[in-house]
Each structure stands twice: as structure tokens, then as C-alpha cells.
Design a protein around this ligand. Structure first.
Ligand code: HEM
Ligand SMILES: *[C@@H]1O[C@H](CO)[C@@H](O)[C@H](O)[C@H]1NC(C)=O
Ligand SMILES: *[C@@H]1O[C@H](CO)[C@@H](O)[C@H](O)[C@H]1NC(C)=O
Ligand SMILES: *[C@@H]1O[C@H](CO)[C@@H](O)[C@H](O)[C@H]1NC(C)=O
Length: 594
């Protein structure tokens, strides 16, 4: 009876409890969405840093979308001054507030930082004060929760495991296979020329960005899966299907909890997820078996020092691949735990490298660093995402640039014929000698950097360039704007002039870290060597067989959707080089142009 009375009393309290909960919630919302942004705005305004005013909840997103839609509604003239079109909101507000301003992505403030000295501070000299930001869950689903987004110890562990894949000695083993893929692609173009027929000049119009994507996908598959190329291809097919679904869901981000709803797309995505995992597990088991068979007496694995040894389970001298290295690292952990430190000779000694500071746990026997199947799945996704569109966009823009500037195309071709005298696929040494092509690629990366910006977050209250930046503020580094800055690159900043790189990167600009297409510091792009090697190889083989110009239908419309890409594609007309050109090289000499 007493209990009943108590209960009744509690019931009587219910409305009060409910209202208090609601009140607290409302207060919290007001703090996060209104009061805190106001405080931050005031904090920066006091230090002379302004920006477009914050709007409740959405910040400046509405203006940003409007500016971007307006900019991308028309193609632009054939000029390389692409900042206003590609990065319209930055361009617009920089004119009003100066290069350093605050812009609101929802209730999150981003401070733009374009001074190379401060960029160096963020990425390298004081990088411990800054971290990568947590990606939106959908973006994460797209890019995978791998190297790109991991943080702290786990990142350092994975980076260390994967790095040997990208050593030049390893990459060079890829050259014959990639070269073959390129030649096959060009053979198909040849075929298309024949089919178009007509006795006259043989030419064909190709939308290069699609072809280059297919090619890079092939290369990435080999990097990730090595000898298990065919199975890898199948897994990547599933992944790209899943990415399409995620990109689709991306447009519905405003529905809360959407990604947990059993919609048709989500069900499909979950099914794909299961399938991907099943295929990978199967593949991993197979690889582990192979590994045991080929490496019975190979216990002395030394991560920093294994070039030339054959310990990776690809059966001999094939390149080290992501899958092999991750499986092996996982097996090493297992072995270490089994051995219980009895047998010190078998435990791989990992030498100090710059990474070691961030990976103190590598040699301890806890299971925190265990490599799981999920880890491998996420790294595969990361590779696929980070490697495919970036490199193919570099190839696309470089081809467009060479089509726009025939003088430079001739110069590049002249060098290719001079250096690569054999008709075979060029060797690594040949490629290293192609200085002109290197300069052209760098100039292409400067004017059209595939990744136009990157973001960090202040982990603490920090001071940056004399400005007090509160903990949690995000820093937006507009790579594209730094690359087009006339104060850094001179008056011809918006012109295509590969010559500026003739004395190396550090002499090309007024500041040594003004060229950052691959980022900087510890989180710099792991695939840089691969991207450059592959691009050189493709362009070399291409220049040797064809000359090319922009198709009449080409519209110059660089735009950005995560990466910089041609909004209306990149149709290019390819012509077979005459026999005369092939024998002597084209008639154009360096001194005629420069
Ligand atoms: C032209 C081609 C490429 C460009 C312009 C490019 C650009 C970049 C940039 C700017 C970053 C740093 C991002 C940041 O600091 O927030 C990065 C990181 C990364 N890139 Fe690339 N990338 C290219 C090709 C590749 C390739 C071929 C791969 C390999 C499969 C790759 C894998 C990665 C990975 C895994 C990271 C994260 C590294 C880490 O945080 O430890 N990239 N890339
Ligand atoms: C690195 O490892 C090799 C082989 O284990 C060893 O000979 C060498 O002394 C190590 N270097 C350092 C700096 O620890
Ligand atoms: C390895 O790095 C740690 C931490 O930076 C340092 O204390 C240690 O002396 C280094 N060891 C060697 C052999 O360089
Ligand atoms: C091109 O840039 C890379 C850095 O991204 C640099 O290592 C290379 O030396 C540069 N090449 C030239 C010719 O400037």
C-alpha cells in the first residue's frame, strides 16, 4: 500500500521530470548551436579575424552551396585561373575578409590557413598539436576507415606495415605489368581508329578520364592484392558497387539515422559488406597457407630492411602487396604471442624510424595492435578510394594541359624519344631521366591538384601565427589557393610554365613548402611515388604513339566533388604519329620554344 502511494507520487512527478529533461536538452542545443558559435566568432573578431556571419544550425552552408552552384553553371575560358570556379566560396570571402577568415560548416568553425610558414607548422614542425578530423560516417563508408582517417597508435602501426609496398624497389616490379596494361589500352584506341576507317588521317576522340580510371583501378588492384589479382578485382567490384550506394545515400544525409534504416539501398549495402568480407576471409586463408609453404624458414623479418628478400607470400619475386603485408603482420603478432618471448631471435626487431615516436606499442605483446579482417577490409577501401581517382585525375589534367599547350607536348615527346631509345616498355631508370616530363607533372599538380584542400583540428588551445586558436577549431588548408598565389609564385602563377621547376621544387616558388599536392609531414601521401611512376609510364607510352589535341566538344570546366575533376569530361582527339615523327622525333627543338 505504501509502495502504491509512492508510485502514485512518482507518477505525479512525471510531467516535471519530462519538462526538465526537455529543458536541459533545449539548453544544450542552444549552447552548441547558438552560444558557442557566438563565443568563437567573438574570440576571433577580437583578434581581427572575421568571416561570413554564422547562421543558426546551418552556418554558411547555404551560401557555400549557392556560390558553388553559380560557379559551376557555366564552363570557363581556356585559362588556368581556376580558383574562382573550383573554390568559389574561398575566393569570394577572401576578397572580403582577407586570406585568413572563419567559415562555418554547420556549427563547426573552420579557420582558413594559407601562409606556407603556418602550413608547415600544422603539418610538420608542430604536427603533434593537430589531428585529422572525424569524417562524416558516410564519407567514412566511402573512403574506408583505413590509413587516411586512422589516428594515433593504430595509424602508426598500419602505416609502418603498409609502407614497404610503396618503396621504389617494390614499385619498380610493377612497371612491366602496368606498361602492358597501358599498351593494351592504346591498342584498343588504335583499333577504334581503324574501325572509324576512312582513308585519310587516322584519329579518334577519347574521353580520357574514364579510360584513365580503368587503368588506375588496375594498378591499385595489383598494389592491394598482388598475385591474387583476379580475386582482388572481384572484391573491388563489390566495393565500388557499395561506394555507389554510399554516394547515393550521401544526398540523403539530412535524414537522421538514415544509414540504419532498412531501405533497399542499405539492405543491398549490408549484403555487399557481408559478401566482401566473406571473399576476403577466403582469400586471406588461402594466402596464409601459401605463406606457410613458402616461408618455412623465413623468420627474420625486418620491416625496414626487407627489400630483395622474398618473404611476402606472393610466391617469389612478385611485388609486395597490401594484403600480403597485412596478413604477415597479423601472423607475426600471433607468433609473438605464442612464443611468449621465449625465442627472441624470431621476434622481428623493428628499427627506429620517424614513425617510432608514435608507435611505442609495436614491440609489446598486447593484442591492441592485432590486425583483423575488418582492418584489412578498411585498408583495401582506403587504397581504392585514395589511389584511383587521384591518379586518374592527375593523368587527365596533364593530358588536357599537353593538348592545350602543343609546344610542351612536343618538348615532352622529344625527351621521350631521346631517353627511351628501346621500343620496350621504359625502365625505372629511363623514367627517372625524364626531367621535362617531371616538370610538366609538377606544374600540372600545381595548377590542378587533385586534392584541393585538407583539414586538421587543433587538439589543444594553440597559438598559430600569433593567433590564439581554441581547442577543437578546424583548420582549412586550401592547397589549390596556395598553388595559385601570386605572392608566392609570381605574376605568372596562373600560367602553365613547367620551366619554373627547372631548378627543383625548392627554387620554383618564393617559399619551399608552397608546393603541397601530396600534403606534408607525417601524414603525407603514402602513394606519391606510385602516382608519379604510373603517370610517367602512361604519358611516356602515350607520347610515343600518339599526338593529341582538345576535341572540339571539350569544355573547360574544372570542378570539385571531393576531388578536382572535369565537370563535362575530357574529350581528346588522338592521332597516330607519322613514321617520320617516330624515327626522328618531332621537329621542335627546345630553343625554339623557350
Ligand atoms: C596524384 C595522385 C595523388 C594525390 C594528389 C594524393 C594526395 C594526397 C594528399 C594531399 C594526402 C594527404 C591528406 C591530408 O594530409 O589530409 C594523401 C594521403 C594519402 N594518400 Fe594520396 N594522393 C595521390 C595518390 C595516392 C595513391 C596512388 C595512393 C595509394 C594507394 C594514395 C594513398 C594515400 C593514403 C593511404 C593517404 C593517407 C596517408 C596517411 O594519413 O598516413 N594516394 N594523398
Ligand atoms: C636495424 O636492424 C638491423 C637488422 O636487424 C641491425 O643490424 C641494425 O643495427 C639496426 N639499426 C638500428 C639503428 O637499430
Ligand atoms: C628509438 O627511439 C626511442 C624513442 O624515440 C629512443 O628513446 C631510443 O633511444 C631509440 N633507439 C635507437 C636504437 O635509436
Ligand atoms: C616534383 O615534385 C616532387 C615533390 O612532389 C619533387 O620530389 C621532384 O623533385 C619535383 N621535380 C621537379 C623537376 O621539380
Amino acid at each position: 500500500m505504501d509502495d502504491g502511494g509512492l508510485l502514485r507520487n512518482l507518477w505525479g512527478l512525471k510531467p516535471i521530470i519530462l519538462t526538465s529533461i526537455l529543458l536541459v536538452l533545449a539548453l544544450r542545443i542552444m549552447v552548441v548551436l547558438w552560444w558557442r558559435p557566438r563565443k568563437i566568432e567573438y574570440h576571433f573578431a577580437k583578434q581581427g579575424i572575421k568571416g561570413p556571419p554564422y547562421h543558426f544550425f546551418i552556418g554558411n552552408v547555404k551560401e557555400i552551396v549557392q556560390l558553388m552552384l553559380k560557379a559551376s553553371s557555366h564552363p570557363m575560358p581556356f585559362s588556368h585561373n581556376i580558383l574562382p570556379r573550383v573554390f568559389s566560396f574561398y575566393h569570394h570571402w577572401r576578397k572580403i575578409y582577407g586570406a585568413t577568415f572563419i567559415v562555418w560548416f554547420g556549427p563547426t568553425a573552420r579557420l582558413t590557413v594559407s601562409d606556407p610558414d603556418l602550413i608547415r607548422e600544422i603539418f610538420s614542425t608542430k604536427s603533434e598539436l593537430y589531428e585529422k578530423i572525424e569524417a562524416n560516417p558516410l564519407v567514412k563508408q566511402l573512403e574506408g576507415n583505413g590509413l587516411i582517417s586512422l589516428k594515433g597508435e593504430k595509424w602508426a602501426h598500419h602505416r609502418k606495415i603498409i609502407t614497404p609496398t610503396f618503396h621504389m624497389e617494390n614499385l619498380k616490379l610493377l612497371i612491366p605489368m602496368v606498361g602492358k596494361s597501358v599498351e593494351e589500352m592504346l591498342d584498343k584506341w588504335d583499333q577504334m581508329m581503324w574501325e572509324k576507317g576512312g582513308g585519310g588521317e587516322r584519329e579518334v576522340e577519347i574521353e580520357v578520364s574514364e579510360w584513365f580510371q580503368g587503368l588506375t583501378e588496375d594498378v591499385i588492384t595489383r598494389m592491394a592484392f598482388g598475385s591474387s589479382y583476379e580475386q582482388g578485382k572481384a572484391i573491388f567490384r563489390l566495393q565500388s558497387h557499395q561506394m555507389l550506394l554510399a554516394a547515393d545515400a550521401f544526398q540523403k544525409v539530412l535524414i537522421p539515422g538514415y544509414r540504419f534504416m532498412p531501405t533497399k539501398g542499405n539492405m543491398k549495402s549490408w549484403k555487399l559488406d557481408k559478401e566482401i568480407r566473406k571473399s576476403l576471409v577466403k582469400l586471406i586463408e588461402k594466402r596464409k597457407l601459401e605463406n606457410c609453404n613458402t616461408n618455412i624458414n623465413d623468420n627474420n623479418i625486418n620491416m625496414g630492411n626487407n627489400i630483395g628478400s622474398e618473404e611476402v607470400g606472393v610466391g617469389g619475386d612478385g611485388p609486395k602487396d597490401l594484403l600480403g603485408l597485412m596478413i604477415q603482420a597479423g601472423m607475426r603478432e600471433d607468433e609473438k604471442n605464442n612464443n611468449n618471448n621465449n625465442n627472441n631471435n624470431n621476434i622481428p626487431e623493428i628499427n627506429n624510424s620517424s614513425l617510432n615516436n608514435y608507435a611505442p606499442q609495436l614491440s609489446s605483446t598486447n593484442n591492441k595492435n592485432k590486425i583483423t579482417v575488418q582492418d584489412i577490409v578498411e585498408e583495401c577501401k582506403s587504397f581504392f578510394f585514395a589511389g584511383k581517382q587521384t591518379t586518374s585525375n592527375l593523368l587527365t589534367w596533364t593530358t588536357v594541359l599537353l593538348a592545350m599547350h602543343p609546344h610542351w607536348q612536343d618538348l615532352a615527346r622529344e625527351e621521350v624519344f631521346r631517353v627511351c631509345t628501346s621500343r620496350d616498355i621504359p625502365s625505372k631508370d629511363d623514367l627517372a631521366k625524364l626531367k621535362m616530363l617531371n616538370m610538366i607533372l609538377n606544374e600540372s599538380l600545381r595548377l590542378y591538384p587533385p586534392a584541393i584542400a585538407t583539414i586538421r583540428r587543433a587538439k589543444y588551445d594553440v597559438e598559430l601565427g600569433g593567433c590564439r586558436v581554441p581547442c577543437g577549431t578546424e583548420l582549412l588548408v586550401p592547397i589549390l589557393a596556395v598553388h595559385h598565389d601570386q605572392a608566392i609564385w609570381g605574376n605568372d602563377a596562373n600560367e602553365f610554365n613547367p620551366m619554373r621547376f627547372s631548378d627543383g621544387v625548392s627554387r620554383a616558388a618564393k617559399h619551399p613548402v608552397a608546393f603541397i599536392p601530396f600534403g606534408l609531414g607525417t601524414r603525407t601521401c603514402i602513394g606519391q611515388n606510385l602516382a608519379i611512376l604510373q603517370s610517367k609510364l602512361v604519358l611516356t607510352i602515350l607520347l610515343r604513339r600518339f599526338s593529341f589535341t582538345l576535341a572540339p566538344s571539350y569544355q573547360h570546366a574544372p570542378t570539385v566533388l571531393m576531388l578536382l575533376y572535369p565537370q563535362h569530361g575530357a574529350p581528346i582527339v588522338f592521332r597516330q604519329l607519322s613514321e617520320h615523327d617516330k624515327e626522328t622525333g618531332p621537329g621542335c627543338r627546345v630553343d625554339q620554344v623557350v
